[in-house]
Design a protein around this ligand. Structure first.
Ligand code: NDP
Length: 337
């Protein structure tokens, strides 16, 4: 059973050498009397920015710290090999939390059965999983968008960002996104339908860039990166603007987080600045699926994935998120169905 093991807690930017690929043996049989666990064959694993936060010893991450010497855990799409739970049977396809290994014995809590498989299975760790729900909840529930409003999305070609931009366009908003390469900027404009897009690495003065794209200011800023970007955005928000705070990827690897100096704008501009963790919103999952599945089937939403073949390529794919190597949702293929 090939596994990706966390060697030790990580400080600063993660490296491939922080993880080991090992081969262990596993009995492909459920232990006797295990009635709320399943044995899974993992097919697709999700690389997510929050996984780095769980590699810090004294983390405040929702799911706590990972344990050195054991496999990473994260979202995955898997096939049931054997089940002790009456709701799951052999060959069912599921998504939920699993381990970074070929076969896993995991509890069924927080596991979802895949009912619609006329769409790519890997979508269940992306657009049809917690990332799609993050874009949906952040934009519609926390952003309270109105037609015609001005929306800015950072990390705009990321797994979440590409969806926020498309949801905002479908809602009739003016949408600008930023990303870190020319290839991604082209995608934003030509594939995801952003009205405007720019490479933030080529903008020495982010405040000036935002003034250029939003002469009348920003109504909704979908926050994915934090730090200097947030500071510049605060100067460009409109009165009663909203900032759903999904993530701050620019801060996750810093031992000393960057200071944000313009926070008082939140008061002057009566901004709603609201952080959220998607595990609090899974009650909206069915409603979200009903919203998004028809859009995928009708081709009104597209979804770009970056596929890494093989568990052994998982560590490189994961650390690539923090240098922007991924173009779209980073998926690791462990096995084809
Ligand atoms: P992805 O893993 O798909 O992409 C991450 C992208 O972030 C990179 O490709 C890179 O793109 C950009 N990035 C990396 N470092 C920096 C930096 N220092 N400054 C600016 N951009 C950077 O991201 P997701 O869509 O999965 O996640 C986006 C955000 O949403 C993250 O902050 C994540 O933590 C958060 N999130 C929050 C959830 C919640 O429950 N609140 C749930 C899921 C995600 P580029 O080339 O453009 O720099």
């Amino acid at each position: 059973n090939k596994q990706v093991i966390l060697k030790d807690y990580v400080s600063g930017f993660p490296k491939e050498s922080d993880m080991n690929i090992v081969d262990s043996t596993i009995t492909l049989k459920l232990p006797q009397g295990s009635n709320d666990v399943v044995l899974l064959k993992n097919l697709y694993l999700s690389c997510d920015p929050y996984m780095r936060i769980r590699m810090t010893k004294d983390t405040t991450a929702e799911l706590g710290a990972l344990t050195p010497g054991f496999p990473l855990t994260g979202f995955g799409v898997s096939k049931v090999v054997e089940s002790g739970h009456p709701d799951y049977k052999k060959d069912d396809l599921v998504w939920g939390i699993t381990n970074w290994e070929e076969y896993s014995l995991v509890p069924t809590t927080g596991m979802y059965k895949i009912e619609h498989n006329d769409v790519p299975l890997s979508y269940y760790i992306g657009i049809l999983g917690m990332l799609g729900l993050t874009a949906y909840v952040g934009f519609f529930e926390l952003g309270s968008p109105k037609k015609g409003e001005n929306v800015y999305v950072s990390a705009a070609s990321s797994a979440v960002g590409q969806l926020v931009g498309q949801f905002a366009k479908l809602h009739g908003c003016y949408v600008v996104g930023s990303a870190g390469t020319k290839e991604k900027v082209d995608l934003l404009k030509n594939k995801f339908g952003y009205d405007e897009a720019f490479n933030y690495k080529e903008e020495p003065d982010l405040n000036a860039a935002l003034k250029r794209y939003f002469p009348e200011g920003i109504d909704i800023y979908f926050e994915n990166v934090g730090g200097k970007t947030l500071d510049a955005v605060l100067l460009n928000m409109k009165l009663h603007g909203r900032i759903p705070v999904s993530g701050m990827i620019s801060q996750y690897n810093l031992t000393q987080p960057e200071g944000v100096t313009n926070l008082a704008q939140i008061i002057y501009k009566r901004i709603r600045f609201e952080g959220f963790v998607i595990s609090d919103y899974f009650h909206l999952y069915t409603k979200f699926l009903e919203f998004v599945l028809p859009l995928i089937r009708e081709g009104k939403i597209v979804y770009v994935e970056d596929i890494a073949e093989g568990l052994e390529n998982g560590p490189a794919a994961l650390i690539g998120l923090y240098s922007g190597r991924n173009v779209g949702k980073q998926v690791v293929v462990v096995a084809h169905e």
